[in-house]
Design a protein around this ligand. Sequence first.
Ligand code: SF4
Length: 349
Amino acid sequence: MTAAARPTTLRDVDELCERALVPRERVAELAEVAARYAVAITPAMAELIDRGDRDDPIARQFVPDARELDVRPDERGDPIGDHAFTPVEGIVHRYPDRALLKLVNACAVYCRFCFRREMVGPGRGGLSPKALKAALDYIRAYPQIWEVILTGGDPLVLSARRLKAVVARLAEIAHVKVIRVHTRVPVVAPERISAALVRALRVPGQATFVVLHVNHPRELTGKARAACARLVDAGIPLLSQSVLLRGVNDDAETLGALMRALVECRIKPFYLHHADLAPGTAHLRTTIAQGQALMRALRGRYSGLCQPAYVLDIPGGYGKSPIGPNYLSEDAALVEDFNGRRHRYPPQR
Ligand code: SF4
């Protein structure tokens, strides 16, 4: 294949129509959605979408939907309250021992449920050298910051050279012991996980973790698995975070298959996020009760390695809380097993 014929990321509704991802008659209304929230579907994800399935779970995550223009009163532009905890540009310092460093506001794909959909998009840029220096100075000034989480946007859209420079500068700060990278790139653009990029993330003597955002087992294609293996083989532990999404992974079989596939790839399931109150995303959210029922369905039937923590980011910036289900009665006298049977636990002093 010549360079000219190489597939590229689809970025507007006309291109989606040409690739049979949206019907011609819906182009006008979906162009309105795309004008409001960024669109990008990488070749790896475009290839994965089953055009014959109107409810394809990959399409639901990336192809715009007219329902995104329906913004509910409880939804908000900054659902997890980043702004309230941003002391300098690029930093979110919500918890005492860790801080987010948002390097870039662009992503390889734009997820239709994105909690930062008002903040990310092509052309939104990233930290200027001056802002990056100020952000690093902030981290340096707070010795309690033990862990720095590189996020955005997606930090792995940056070049290996830029990532290496940032990771090296963080590694020079003595109290920063752990660097965590939040990314969707190994799944949506696995070809970006080059040897140079893997090397950029590693600093001898420093712990780097990569947390992979993945929502459906089909996303773990052969190429995605190989990209993840390149990271793990280089000594970078992988964890996962998934968003519970209606019509994507809100059934026990799909969710269980996703968790098993992750563990088989040496990726420990970490978080299952209840979908945030991002604007225009009600059609993709489940209820918390449905999420708890799914977690119950996983418990006992799938290995302990396959159990993520089901968490809710409390709107307003109050942080993440695990939201169950709970197996212990309020007085700790009864504990429920994975079959729903209750058992006495002896009184405690
Ligand atoms: S990759 Fe993350 S930040 Fe980017 S659009 Fe998806 S959810 Fe949002």
